[in-house]
Design a binder for this molecule. Structure first.
Ligand code: GUN
Ligand code: ZN
Length: 439
C-alpha cells in the first residue's frame, strides 16, 4: 500500500453542467491510498494514515495539489520535433512542416525514438494519458503502444489513414488502411492499458472509398474509438465542400461513411453549422478543444459554453505539434483566454476538470482514469503551486486555494509538476529522468 498525503482535488459532478463549487472540491488535509496500480481510498490524510500504518507514505507540502494525471485528448506524437513552426495556416502548415516530418517516421528507429521522447516529455508535464495520431506507417503505431506499455501508461492511438492530398510517401489506400488498421486493432486494442482509435486524418486526405472502408471497420469493432478532425479552419471547410459536393456540411462527410457515433472523437470543431451541432448532440459524440493550436495556427475560437450547454462531451488537448506546448497547464491557460474572448471565462475548477475527467469522458475512459476515487487506476499528478518565484509571490497574496491554483494554471509549466504516479508507480518529474528516458 502507498499513501499520498497532501491537498487533493475531488470531483463530485460535472462543473460544466452544475455550479463549479458543487462539483469540484479541494480537501486541504487529503490523502490517497493506492495498491496494485489502483486507488483504494481517498479521504482525510490523517484518518487514512491511522487506518493503514503499514502503508509507504509520501507527504506533499501545503502548497501542492494532488490531482488526477492530465489527459491530453488529441495529439500527434509524430509532430514532436516540429512543434512551434512559424507562420503558416492549416493547409500550408501541413504541407510545409507536418508532412515532411511525418515522412521521417518511415524509419522505424526514428519513430521509436520520437515515441519515447514524446512520452517522456508529456510525463514530465504531468500528462499520464494521451490520445495520439500516429503516421500512416504501422510501425509508428507499434512504437507508441510499445513505449506506453514500457511506462505502464494508459494510451489511445491509431494509424493515421490518408489516401489523397498528401505526399506520395505518406499515402496508403482504402484497402491497406482497412487491413493495417484491422491488424493493429488485433495487436493492441484492449492489450493492457491500450485502446485503439480508428484514425482517418480528416476528410480532405481520404477518398470517399477510404472513409467508407474505415466506417465498415468501425462497424466491425464498435468498441474502438474513432478520432478525426472537424471544421478547424474556414479554408479547410471550403476545401471539404469542394471535395464532397454531395455533403450537407463537413460532419456529413463522416456521417455518410459510417464515421459518426457516440465513440467518435472530433478534434477542433470550431466553425460548426447548426445541423452539425444538433447531430453531434443527438448521437452523443465528443469534441476536443485544442486552444493553443487554435490560436497558434489561427483557426478560431471554440464555443465551449454553447457546446457544453448542448451537453456535448468536450475534452481538452494540446494538439501537439499544431499546438504550441506539451503542457496541459499551458493548454488550460489558453482555454481560459479563449473563454475570455468569448465572454465566458472558465473557472480554475472547470479547467482542471476538463484536463482530467472531461478528457477521460470524451475518450470513454471515465470509469478508469481522470478522477481520484476508489477503484480508479492510480494515475496521479502532483502540482507544486509555488514552482517559480513569480508564481510563489502571487500565491503568498492569494485569498483562497483556488486563487493559488489559478496562478499555476496560468503561469505554470513542467517546473510545476512535482511528481507523477503511473498506475501507482512513482515517476518523479525530474529533468534527469526525462533525459535518460523513464524506462
Ligand atoms: N488537420 C488534419 N491534420 C491535422 C494536423 O496534423 N494538425 C491539425 N491541427 N489539424 C489537422
Ligand atoms: Zn490534430
Amino acid at each position: 500500500m502507498t499513501l499520498l498525503i497532501g491537498p487533493t482535488l475531488r470531483f463530485d459532478g460535472d462543473p460544466m453542467q452544475q455550479p463549479w463549487d458543487d462539483a469540484v472540491r479541494i480537501d486541504t488535509d487529503g490523502g490517497v491510498l493506492m495498491a496494485s496500480g489502483r486507488i483504494v481510498e481517498v479521504g482525510s490524510g490523517a484518518t487514512l494514515l491511522k487506518a493503514h500504518p503499514e502503508a509507504a507514505v509520501t507527504r506533499y507540502g501545503k502548497t501542492t495539489l494532488i490531482c488526477p494525471g492530465f489527459i491530453d485528448a488529441h495529439a500527434h506524437y509524430p509532430q514532436t520535433a516540429m512543434i512551434a513552426s512559424w507562420g503558416k495556416r492549416l493547409i500550408d502548415w501541413l504541407n510545409d512542416y507536418t508532412f515532411p516530418e511525418e515522412m521521417r517516421l518511415a524509419d522505424p528507429a526514428y519513430a521509436a525514438s520520437i515515441a519515447a521522447r514524446y512520452l517522456d516529455l508529456t510525463l514530465a508535464h504531468g500528462t499520464t494519458t494521451v490520445a495520439s495520431y500516429c503516421t500512416i506507417h504501422p510501425h509508428s503505431v507499434d512504437a507508441l503502444f510499445e513505449a506506453a506499455a514500457a511506462r505502464g501508461q494508459r494510451i489511445v492511438a491509431g494509424k493515421t489513414c490518408m489516401d489523397r492530398n498528401a505526399p506520395e510517401g505518406l499515402l496508403d489506400t482504402a484497402q491497406s488502411a482497412y487491413d493495417d488498421s484491422k491488424a493493429m486493432i488485433a495487436r493492441w486494442h484492449g492489450q493492457g492499458r491500450a485502446g485503439y482509435a480508428i484514425t482517418p486524418r480528416f476528410s480532405p486526405t481520404s477518398t470517399p472509398d477510404q472513409l467508407a472502408a474505415l466506417g465498415a471497420l468501425w462497424a466491425e469493432y464498435p468498441d474502438c474509438l474513432m478520432q478525426t478532425h472537424l471544421s478547424e479552419q474556414i479554408d479547410e471547410i471550403a476545401w471539404v465542400k469542394g471535395l464532397y459536393p454531395q455533403a450537407r456540411d463537413y460532419l456529413d462527410t463522416y456521417e455518410a461513411h459510417g464515421l459518426l457515433g457516440a465513440r467518435g472523437v472530433y478534434g477542433h470543431a470550431i466553425h460548426l453549422e447548426p445541423r452539425e451541432v444538433d447531430k453531434l448532440a443527438e448521437v452523443g459524440a465528443a469534441l476536443v478543444h485544442c486552444p493553443t493550436s487554435n490560436t497558434f495556427i489561427g483557426s478560431g475560437l471554440f464555443d465551449m459554453a454553447g457546446l457544453t450547454a448542448r451537453r456535448i462531451p468536450v475534452g481538452l488537448a494540446t494538439d501537439t505539434g499544431g499546438g504550441s506546448s506539451f503542457s496541459m497547464l499551458r493548454t488550460m491557460a489558453a482555454a481560459y483566454e479563449i473563454g475570455q474572448l468569448r465572454h465566458a471565462p472558465l473557472h480554475a475548477a472547470q479547467l482542471m476538470w476538463l484536463a482530467t475527467a472531461g478528457s477521460a469522458r470524451s475518450l470513454h475512459l471515465g470509469d478508469c482514469i481522470g478522477t481520484l476515487a476508489a477503484e480508479m487506476e492510480a494515475d496521479i499528478t502532483v502540482l507544486d503551486l509555488a514552482s517559480t518565484p513569480a508564481i510563489a509571490q502571487r500565491v503568498e497574496n492569494a485569498g483562497d486555494i483556488w486563487e493559488a491554483v489559478f496562478a499555476t494554471l496560468m503561469m505554470g509549466d513542467d517546473r510545476a509538476v512535482e511528481d507523477v504516479w503511473v498506475a501507482g508507480v512513482q515517476r518523479r518529474a525530474d529533468a534527469q529522468l526525462v533525459s535518460e528516458g523513464w524506462r
